[in-house]
Ligand binder design. Structure first.
Ligand code: PLP
Length: 372
């Protein structure tokens, strides 16, 4: 009997564990030299752009919206198929979330529908790169420029992804990443924001820590309302251990994803009615390997049968607009039919760097067995 295979698992090596222990012994465990060094290395990774770290991807997004000056009366367009954090941060800053439907093939925002959703109140777009697959970045930024909109990229799943020969985060407007435990690069919890200028970075630092600036009468002044969102040196030490391995870990994910396509075979979709992801081995970092089940297969039953075969699956994600909090704001079933159809049937299969080729084969055999 094979052991239980989870849908994901972080890859933390012994050197990283030792580096964390060293921070714990050092006497300085919260934001300090490790955070500064992690920000410096992230900046180098993103082609020299300015970077600040935070204690979650969610607060990173919220701070990005505040830096863009978005608040009450403003509309922000995003996708219904994302982690609920993506829309919650829009509500958190007092703005209005506007959803646009997704593309059934990429499962990302349909940019044509984004353009149709623009009103005189629209101030920003939050694209999400589900499973690490970016949207058409040229078209996204052409659209934003044409309508004078800010872009806050929810690149939570897209560290290590690229657009052609450019890394996601190395270009664009405000780009937000998450380092939560399941993400391709983790600090246990955490996030970082790629910014456009030192002025934006100063603002990010204020929002990160109670609005405090090092100036004014007593060497300290508070002039905006900030919160408590700083990353610890413990977390930064994990990130510093992960970053040099990112390319190798991403290559391993790509290779396992390729193995999935090979083992499922060219006839899989026609035989089963299930849909495989876009075969993108250039841009995607393969954060998740997601299939969309055929109409007639109930997802809960599928997942139970996979679990009985010792295979863990995930749901990323149910449509945000159908959660009670959003229905209370006027969203209804039927508004975004593609998102609703995909959101009911999407399943995440196991994919993480420490998985073996034999695990992929086991998953494929189990999926065929359950679906056919
Ligand atoms: C993980 C994730 C977030 C939130 O990040 P946290 O670090 O968990 O706060 C937001 N959006 C997407 C698409 C995510 O995958």
């Amino acid at each position: 009997m094979n052991g239980f295979l989870p849908f994901t698992k972080p890859s933390i090596d012994e050197a990283t564990i030792a580096a964390v222990a060293e921070v714990l012994r050092s006497g300085w465990i919260t934001s300090g030299p490790k955070v500064l060094e992690f920000e410096r290395q992230l900046s180098a990774y993103f082609g020299g752009r300015t970077v600040r770290t935070f204690n979650s991807g969610t607060c990173t997004m919220e701070i990005a919206l505040r830096i863009a000056g978005i608040g009450p009366g403003d509309e922000v367009i995003t996708t219904p198929i994302s982690w609920v954090a993506t829309a919650n941060v829009i509500l958190e800053v007092g703005a209005t979330p506007v959803f646009a439907d997704i593309d059934p093939v990429t499962r990302n925002l349909d940019l044509g529908k984004v353009e149709a959703a623009i009103t005189p109140k629209t101030r920003a777009i939050i694209p999400v790169y589900l499973s690490g697959l970016p949207v058409d970045m040229d078209r996204l930024y052409a659209l934003a420029t044409k309508h004078g909109l800010r872009v806050v990229e929810d690149a939570a799943q897209a560290i290590g992804s690229s657009w052609g020969n450019k890394r996601i985060g190395s270009f664009g407007d405000l780009v937000s990443f998450s380092f939560q435990a399941n993400k391709n690069l983790t600090t246990a919890e955490g996030g970082c924001l790629v910014l456009n200028s030192e002025a934006e970075a100063k603002l990010a630092e204020k929002y990160r820590l109670q609005g405090v600036t090092r100036s004014g009468f007593d060497g300290m002044e508070v002039d905006v309302l900030g919160g408590k969102f700083n990353m610890t040196d413990i977390a930064a030490a994990i990130g510093l251990g992960q970053l040099p391995q990112l390319e190798t870990l991403t290559a391993r994910r790509r290779s396992l994803a390729q193995r999935y396509f090979t083992v499922f075979g060219a006839d899989f979709e026609r035989q089963t009615g299930a849909q495989l992801p876009v075969q993108d081995f250039q841009n995607s970092n393969w954060h998740l390997f997601q299939i969309v089940l055929p109409q007639e297969i109930a997802r809960a039953g599928f997942m139970e049968k996979m679990k009985a075969r010792n295979i863990g699956c995930g749901v990323h994600y149910p449509p945000i607009h159908l959660f009670k909090l959003y229905r209370e704001r006027g969203f209804r079933e039927g508004m975004f039919p593609v998102a609703e159809s995909v959101g009911r049937r999407i399943v995440t299969l196991p994919l993480f760097p420490a998985m073996a080729e034999a695990d992929v084969e086991r998953v494929c055999a189990a999926v065929r067995d359950v679906v056919l």
